[in-house]
Design a protein around this ligand. Sequence first.
Ligand SMILES: [Zn+2]
Length: 189
Amino acid sequence: MQIDAAGLLDTAQFIASPNFDERPAGTHISLLVIHNISLPPNEFGGNGVLELFTNQIDPYAHPYYQSLQGLKVSAHFFIRRDGLIIQFVPCNMRAWHAGVSSWQGKERCNDFSIGIELEGSDTMPFTDAQYAMLIAVTQCLCSRYPIQHIVGHADIAPGRKTDPGPRFDWQKYASSLGDHEYLKTISCS
Ligand SMILES: [Zn+2]
């Protein structure tokens, strides 16, 4: 598994999202943010997330989708229940996944982070295939960028966001990563 100079992962299917822009000049990518998402909520395997990240969601396809109308969001990666990985934004660019957020006093976490969405919800465990892919991607990203902290969306937007939620196994994830020269924090919330 490799990431090229533009920040594209060779094993990912690339589906371009229009929801991105430049990172501020001189930004080091130092944070990895783990999320969960499913659309419709708690339903897996459909195209809702792909449609959301490409501004193609049909607000009439599901009652919940009306609340998503006009939303311009994206993440760098989306890992399906079967471990398939899709990339929407090259890592060198800023994806729009964190929203209003701060980590250790630094606001606008989108500026300096990479966002990984796991297909899932706060109430269901994630699959072994998802952990395997997440761990492989994390190792790849940590070897390519000076990632210092790995956190959940809830850690950078407390009170506003809860993902990846209580069913995400931080211990399992952390223990599989081993020692990394840059990594200072991995959330255990
Ligand atoms: Zn999130």
